[in-house]
Design a protein around this ligand. Sequence first.
Ligand SMILES: NC(=O)c1ccc[n+]([C@@H]2O[C@H](COP(=O)([O-])OP(=O)(O)OC[C@H]3O[C@@H](n4cnc5c(N)ncnc54)[C@H](OP(=O)(O)O)[C@@H]3O)[C@@H](O)[C@H]2O)c1
Length: 491
Amino acid sequence: MTSRIVPVHPFDLVIFGATGDLAHRKIFPALYHRFCDRQFGTDSRIIGTSRRAMSVDAFRATVREALEQFASTTDQADGLREFLTIVDYVAVDGRGDEGWADLKAHLDAHAQEVRAFYLATAPDLFGDIAAKLGARGLASPLARIIVEKPIGADSASANAINDRIGAVFAERQIFRIDHYLGKETVQNLMALRFANILLEPLWNSNYIDHVQITVAETLGVEGRKAYYDHAGALRDMVQNHILQLLCLVAMEPPASLDADAVRDEKLKVLRSLDPIDETNAATLTVRGQYRAGASNGASVPGYLEDCGDPASTTETFVAIKAGISNWRWTGVPFYLRTGKRLSERVSEIVIVFRHVPHFLFKGVSGRLFDNRLTIRLQPDEGIKLWLTIKEPGPGGIRLQHVPLDMSFAEAFAGPTPEAYERLLMDVIRGNATLFMRRDEVEAAWRWIDPIRNAWSLSVEPPRPYVAGSWGPAASVALIERDGRTWNEDVA
Ligand SMILES: NC(=O)c1ccc[n+]([C@@H]2O[C@H](COP(=O)([O-])OP(=O)(O)OC[C@H]3O[C@@H](n4cnc5c(N)ncnc54)[C@H](OP(=O)(O)O)[C@@H]3O)[C@@H](O)[C@H]2O)c1
């Protein structure tokens, strides 16, 4: 099976921060792949901007280099040449006045097209750039603005950024990207839940024992020390990606796939999260920081050396036992964990069902296993439903736990599109279903801020863990004191 490509209308896409890491590693490769699949053609334009003065040819050379390094299909030499013809460059200072008149002249030539502004810059530039787009008359009715995480560092700063963007663009024009929502398996979670009759009757506290969400990285902070040391794992991963995944698992069926219908339901989940603050953070959260160890077979330094600040108390690991107080989920813990320098790179959601009420097979070989539904986001995107069966063969009954396994790579021909590919085309189509609305971002911060506040009041530093492990022992204790274990089917 291959996917059907629906071409989008011609557009102008302006990328602020087009010489940066995100543009090179994600945005240009995503655009190039969509171009190669003919989702748009040479009547669209991609205009890169940043402060540095550069000729269009020099900029195209940097894009070519980035594509050679990060795109998967640069063997199409003609495609690459053709793609580069639609790439342009204008030097623009997001804070100053330089370059804006030039950018306007470029855009005025296509005043009737959809135009999108992708702010792939530090978030402290978002407000200034939005204001300049407004002041220069570039925020046309068909304009959209795309902003990257992190949107602020807490409720107050997020509100300030949202206010400044909202002063120029209507909410329907603002696309707050969380690239996890563009992943195939994440969208499949919606299809699985709402296009099949089998799961919905079981999708509640009567049948689900608990849910685990893990986003584990083997990498350290790499080139993003300054950002990471300020942000930490809670703000970098939980406030956005993990809470979004939790929402998709926990939300009620929306009335339609309309952007607001879906986002209304996610918002209700965020508003139903049980508060965690200084009264209960010590029992419901664990924060950790990696020490020297091994990653992918090589020795690696600890976080304090990586970040260059021996006194840093930034967490590189978080585990949280979250609760949702509503009709469907009261009493079902959601165990969340994320960290850097962990044992494996894996992102997955595990739904663990309750045991059967009466176990018939007490005297036979084998034991009672949980039914588990694992939704793997990366690597090897796919879905597994773990069932207990009788081991084939003569003799007595022996029970075995086996997965009904749907690996996307095996089930569908061709590579799975990257999240950014889907999301960028959704922006051009004006479909905001997979983007965060302002009230969602604010509700997420309202849940996160008291956790950070509780940590700041605590005298306990983050718990150390060895690089290459699964985090501090306290994270294991967090789930095991409830008689449960983290999912071990991570291979
Ligand atoms: N890299 C990732 O994988 C990743 C992932 C998720 C989110 N993000 C977020 O995406 C944003 C960009 O990250 P990045 O890693 O690409 O950063 P980066 O490599 O530091 O790039 C920053 C870009 O912004 C430009 N810039 C800086 N000041 C400017 C100004 N005053 N006016 C106009 N352009 C300016 C820089 O070019 P000049 O210096 O020439 O102006 C450069 O092109 C950040 O908010 C980051 O948190 C990044």
